[in-house]
Design a protein around this ligand. Sequence first.
Ligand code: HEM
Length: 217
Amino acid sequence: MISTCLGQSADMTEGVYTDLKTGISFTTWTSQDGFTTGLVLPPNAAGQDAVDYIGLLRCESDTANATGWCGLAHHGDMLADLLLIAWQYQGSVVTSFRWATDYFMPPAYVGQDVSLTQISSWANSTGYEVIYRCRNCLPPKTQPAAIAKSAKASKTSLPLGYAQGFDSPLNPGCPGNVTFTFHDKGYGEWEASLVNTEATLYDQWALLATKVQNDTC
Ligand code: HEM
């Protein structure tokens, strides 16, 4: 059968991860090619249609010269979706929101206010991880196209997408002006179950998000 659908479904393994430093406990999803993301939602997130979350991105670096990039598509698609990318730079993790209208390198996101504050991060020769608070990042509060698509999201699951590339981004110290190449290390979409993602300690954990990224480029 010939499929006209551009999407690619990802085989993700669901797990639980508790960060030792902060005690934050995530539901996680790990791809076959080594990408891990995690999610925590406020209590009663489904009931109040929450748009904020605490997230985790943990990605592998293949060589010292090709440390790569990885990212999350907050509604499972590449196009008309809030994309978040992360990469390592000088021992820390840099992030950038992106928005694609075509299957080319997505430019920086300039839509409705979304913000990311880091809770913790590490980076070394094997990979990098960032734990962050993302405000206004989940549909339906992003852009009109995402609002229309939010009917796809049920209260118990959310379509998510991931992508990762082998090569290091160019201009890595300038999140707004960074450039990067195709997700040759892997990509796909999956339906993330939200059943265990709500946390009563959410507000307490969210207060740990204090590191604001400077983009002075
Ligand atoms: C240089 C940058 C990028 C290029 C050239 C690119 C290109 C593409 C292409 C050509 C496809 C369709 C592949 C197919 O038909 O199998 C695709 C799919 C996809 N991309 Fe990207 N992409 C880029 C960056 C990103 C980023 C930053 C993300 C997320 C953070 C992302 C997430 C996805 C996802 C989830 C899919 C599958 C779902 C869909 O087709 O909408 N991409 N990309």
